[in-house]
Every structure is written in C-alpha cells, then in structure tokens.
Design a protein around this ligand. Structure first.
Ligand code: GLA
Length: 671
C-alpha cells in the first residue's frame, strides 16, 4: 500500500539537464578496462542519463545477506564524475538462484498449472510474500547505500512489470485474488450478481470457493475473466508499491518509476490506472521489423504513452539502435531510421531518449541485440549514428518541457479492450485496436495530432472525438462523451461501443445502450460478416467485419448498406447535438472508406493538419507555455520532401529551407 510521506519527490527533469540521452547500462558484464573505455565513449556521444543495475541482484547479493557493491560503487562514482545521472534499478527483475532454491514457491504458475523455472528472468510472481520480502530487502539495502549519491536521479523499480508473463495462477495468487474480490464487492452476493452466476450454476457461497480462471471444459464466466485481468494488472502495481514504499521512506526526494511497454502489442496492464503511481512516465518501445508501417505503429505507441502521461513529458526508457534479437527475423534499422524513430518519440512528447542497451553483450541471450556501442566498436554506422543523435538532442534542448496540443482525441481504455476480447462474442474479427488504429493511421497520414485519452478524462478543448469499439463504458464516462458533442465537438462512435456496462452486463433495450440517445439510433441485431466477406456501401466504398440492423431514432442516415438482408439500412448516421454532432459508424470501412469519413469529420470539426507537406512526412508540433513552437518534420520517404514552415531548423542552426532531405528530420523553431 502507498504510504503517506511529507516530502514529495522532486522532478527527474530538475536533475537531468537538457534532453536525456543514454540507455540501460550493464557494466557488471564487463571488466574494469572496458568500463573505463565506456566513460570515454559516453562523453563522445553526449550521454547524460543511464539505467543501471537492472539485472544485477545475483552479483550484488551473491548469497543471502552477503553483499558485493564494489563494482557498483565504482560505476556510480565514475558516472557522477562525468556528469551522468542514473536511474538506479532495484535489481529485482531476476531473482538470484539461492532465493529460488530456498523459496521455490516464488516461481510463476501459468493457467494450466505449469511452474515456470529459473535460468531466464522474471521468474517470480508479484503476489509471493517471500519474493516481496526479499525484493524489499535488496531495495532497502540499495536505497540506504546510494541515497546521497550525486548520480542518483530516479529509481527504476524492477523492470517491465508484466513482461513475458502478466497473469499468475499459483496458490498465493489465488489467495490475493480472493482478497481483492472481497475488497471490491464486500459480499459474495454482490459478486454473484456482478458475475451473473445464476447462469450455468456458477453461484458461490463464499469467497473461499473462488479460483483464478484456469483450464475448463468450456468458456469461463466473463465477469471472472474480466476481474482476473483487473486483479492481475493491479497485483503488479501492488508489488511496485511495496518497493516504492521503501524508496519513499529512505529517499523521499528521489522520484520513482518503472518502464512501461505501452504499444499496440501490450494489452494486459491498465497503464492509465498505473500512471497515478509513477512520478514520471517511462516507456519502452520496439519496432516490429516486418511491419512496413512500423513508424506509424511507433507514432501510435508514443501518442498512447503521452496519453498515459497526461500530456506531460515522458522518458523513452528503451528502444533499439538497430536490430533486436527476439523477432523471427531481426532486420537492422535502415540508415537514418534510428534518428527518425528517436526524434518521432521526442516529437510526441519524450524528453529523454534511451536505448537497450549501452554496450552490446558478448554473451547471454541478448548478444545479437543491437546497442549504442556495437560488437564492431566505434568504426560502425550504428556508433556514428549514436554520436550524431547525441549531438542532435543537444541542439534540441529548447524543445524540453514543451507539449503537443491536439484538437482531436481518440478514447482509449484497457478495460474496454479486455472486455471486448473475452471469448463468446458475436465475432472473433472484432479486435479492439483495429478500427481505432485505422483512424489513428489516417490522422497520422494527414499530419494531424491526436491525443489518446481515457474515457474518464475531460474532453474539454477537443473538437473531434473518436470512440472506437468502446464495448464497455460506465454511465459517467458515456455522459462525458455525450457532453463533448453537446459542447460543440464532432463525436464519432463506432459499432460494438456502449454495449455493456463495466460489469459486462448488456445494456438492454437495443444497442449501443450507453450511446443510443446521444446517437439517435437503435440497433436491433448484429450481423457480423463471415471471414473474408466484404460489403458494398451506398457511397461506393467497401467494408468488412461488421454490419448490423440499425434503426434511426433521431439521427439521419448518411450512408447505407446495399446488400441483402440489410439493403437501405443505415451504416453511417449523424445527429446534431447542441452545437456539435454525434455520428454512428455501423461497419468497418476499408482504408478509402475510413479516409473519406475522416475527411468529412475534419471538415465539420475544423481540425486541420499542423502544416502542409508532401506525402510521407510525419508532422507534429510541440509548443511551450511561453509561446515557442517547434515543428517536427520527419521524412519517411527516400526523396526530398517539401514542408511549409518558416523558422530556424534547430538541427542545423540554419534557416529552414522548406525541404527535408530523404530520410531526414527537421525541427523548425517557428517564427
Ligand atoms: C526489454 C527489456 C530489456 C531487453 C529488451 C530487448 O525491453 O527491458 O532488458 O531485454 O527488452 O529488446
């Protein structure tokens, strides 16, 4: 549980000067001679911020209660000498062998009862009392030892909580789940009502009878599944709190964080809920090399991270200089791609750019993962690009603290994502992210910034609000969305939104229950499409995945289905609401269809691109509170591209020419 402390942590941005630049530093893998060379190379690259000691527990505490801090003392002192600030890890992301031997019950158990063994990393369950005790022990020893160290700027708690495995099914996990449920519901009757256990004879007589969802003959109770997701996300933060409570006690002024993995691939953790417990948001992001639009996925992940950070500057805690080692085929980054990636994160709100890792390992599972210092040393493209990036970030210091200000918002909710994808739905083809990302992509291609906001966030100030497959929504949050339309925004709600409440109970009387009045429609029956089928719509565009029997109840039809049995039934509707409008989209249009709907919504809402540019240029503007504005123009094409902006290109120091070279980036201080 979080403890109350009188001293509040100071901001990491008071400690790290300029934009942060560095990465995970694992000096324990190297002899002293290499560690000394590291210092020279760090100076050359302009490194000012490193995460240290993430996987070092077994070396720091080689046997229970015996410590060896010699190497870490030396590293911390040397880094302080060259002005590098440290995000010091609690070292708890991989338990030492002696601890596993003594307490094998700390090991994670999967839903089918498999115990995951040691020899890798993250082989513990966050609800293990023994693990928490020992993790708290090493955390306290580290905190006491380095509390006054001049290099210490931030606590890096554990590492990527929930990575590899995020749901745990052991005995202590089951017990913690029961306690969590009892706290949530208060009585077993309330739980039975919420889970709808009258169905299939699933009623419980007491909390003691409840188990985490596990292998079963058929589909499991959806309420149980949804609550287990909620619990599992919470259990990781509860463990985080155990360690943070110690850090707050020993070093109340040092901020704490843990590195998130916000991206289109991470579903299990509710990072919007986590955010309130982190003093600064830190995110790790890795490109999927096989995705030809990987820069658009990056933009989505960075926008999501900014949303989680509530718009405040955040730390890109890890990305890669080039290839990773864990995809099926690990293609290196193309020349200039690392800089485009790094600066795209900065454009979208990161004030620190860090990598996994500083020096490429020569042994271990990740020896073929790229790093800032590659196996080949200084005479390599990667090293030259790292040095260039360090210099670029130095020139971008004026950008620090400025913010992306968007007029468009996409509502994003992990709980709605979980609920929408629990089994036994009308179609397995309805994936929470698909439509949402299709709209994000179309906005990206137009150079329009969009914030990803939680449904409980205020929508004030947004002129365009997109609500995509928000299957589960509370009355309160549905009212906020309706309020945005009444206040003048153009709001689009899609199919499979507002169908259930947060208990996954269907809102009766016709879909989309929570939004029926706002939208002025009533949906009688879902008509999901069979695999591979498409539908022609009245404006000539094509859609897939979904159709439904929509009745108008106050809205006007803008577009209709054309095929049996829904010919003439509305597929897109609009209802004027206050000074705004509420649109309903009853199908999943193809890319042309999405673009044409989006253009209509942009016209109506007046939301425009941040600048005019040739296609293929990513555009984002950051503005500071004192009125300075910085236009990031990232050319993802292999030819020069025109961008309509005037001012000084911070990266060259020269007036911006109006053209960005092939694969290059310009950051124009406008005016
Ligand atoms: C994660 C981890 C790092 C490293 C990288 C490799 O982000 O936090 O320790 O394993 O992946 O891409």
């Amino acid at each position: 549980m979080t403890q109350q402390h009188t001293t509040t942590p100071s901001s990491v941005w008071n400690k790290v000067e300029g934009l942060g630049f560095g990465g995970d530093y694992n000096p324990e893998q190297w002899p002293v001679s290499v560690r000394l060379e590291d210092l020279e190379l760090m100076r050359e690259a302009g490194v000012n911020f490193l995460s240290v000691g993430i996987f070092s527990w077994a070396l720091l505490e080689p046997s229970e209660g015996t410590y060896d801090f010699g190497w870490l003392d030396e590293v911390m002192d040397n880094l302080a000498d060259i002005g590098v600030k440290v995000a010091l890890a609690t070292a708890t992301a991989a338990p030492p062998a002696w601890l596993v031997r003594k307490h094998p019950e700390i090991l994670p158990v999967t839903a089918d009862g498999t115990v995951l063994g040691p020899g890798s990393r993250r082989h513990y369950t966050p609800s293990s009392s023994a693990y928490r005790r020992y993790a708290a022990g090493i955390t306290r020893v580290l905190a006491e030892r380095y509390k006054d160290h001049p290099a210490l700027a931030l606590w890096h708690v554990d590492n990527e909580l929930g990575c590899h495995i995020s749901e745990f099914h052991g005995e202590e996990d089951a017990a913690a789940f029961r306690v969590w449920l009892e706290r949530r519901y208060g009585s077993i009757d309330a739980l039975n009502a919420s889970w709808g256990t009258a169905f299939w004879s699933q009623s419980y007589g007491s909390f003691a009878e409840i188990m985490p969802p596990s292998a079963a003959p058929s589909t499991l109770n959806p309420g149980q599944q949804l609550d287990f997701q909620r619990f599992s996300s919470w259990a990781l933060t509860d463990y985080y709190h155990c360690l943070v409570a110690i850090l707050r006690e020993v070093t109340p002024e040092i901020p704490c964080t843990t590195n998130l993995m916000a991206s289109s691939a991470t579903k299990s953790m509710d990072y919007f809920a986590w955010a309130k417990d982190l003093d600064v948001i830190a995110n790790d992001h890795y490109l999927v090399a096989a995705d030809p639009e990987r820069h658009i996925e990056l933009a989505f992940s960075a926008d999501l991270t900014r949303g989680i950070a509530g718009g405040h500057p955040w730390i890109l805690m890890e990305h890669s200089t080039s290839a990773v080692n864990w995809q099926p085929r690990n293609q290196p980054k193309m020349p200039g791609e690392m800089q485009r990636n790094s600066l795209a994160h900065v454009a979208r709100g990161a004030d620190a750019v860090m990598f996994f890792q500083w020096r490429q390992s020569f042994a271990g599972s990740e020896k073929f993962h790229s790093a800032m210092v590659p196996h080949g040393g200084r005479d390599t493209r990667v090293w030259r690009e790292v040095v260039e990036l360090g210099a670029a970030l130095k020139r971008l210091e004026p950008v620090r603290g400025s913010r992306v200000r968007s007029r468009a918002a996409i509502v994003f909710d992990y709980e709605a994502w979980w609920a929408a994808e629990i089994d036994s739905k009308p179609s397995i083809d309805v994936k929470y992210l698909d439509l949402l990302r299709a709209f994000h992509r179309a906005l990206f291609l137009r150079g329009i910034s969009v914030d990803l906001v939680h449904p409980s966030d205020s929508l004030e100030g947004y002129d365009l609000v997109l609500v995509c497959t928000l299957y589960a929504v509370s009355d309160r949050n549905a009212a906020t969305i309706a309020g945005a339309a009444a206040a003048g925004a153009t709001v689009l709600v899609s199919y499979f939104s507002g169908v259930v409440d947060m208990q996954d109970h269907v809102r009766l009387g016709g879909y989309p229950g929570a939004f029926r009045d706002l939208l002025g429609v009533r949906v009688e029956e879902f008509h999901p499409l069979l695999a591979g089928s498409q539908l022609k719509l009245s404006d000539g565009t094509v859609s897939s995945v979904w159709s439904e029997h929509v009745h108008l109840a106050g809205a006007e039809a803008v577009q209709t289905f054309t095929e049996y049995p829904l010919e003439g039934v509305p597929s897109l509707t609009r209802r004027a609401v206050g000074s705004g409008a509420a649109w309903y989209l009853a199908t999943f249009p193809d890319r042309d269809g999405i673009e044409s709907i989006l253009d209509t919504l942009l016209d109506e809402s007046g939301v425009a691109p941040v600048a005019d540019a040739d296609p293929g240029v990513e555009l984002v503007r950051r503005t500071s509170d004192d009125g300075h504005s910085f236009l990031f123009a990232i050319n993802h094409t292999r030819s020069a591209a025109a961008v309509a902006a005037t001012g000084t290109d911070l990266l060259t120091g020269a007036p911006f020419s109006g053209s960005v070279a092939a694969g290059a980036v310009a950051v124009v201080a406008e005016g």
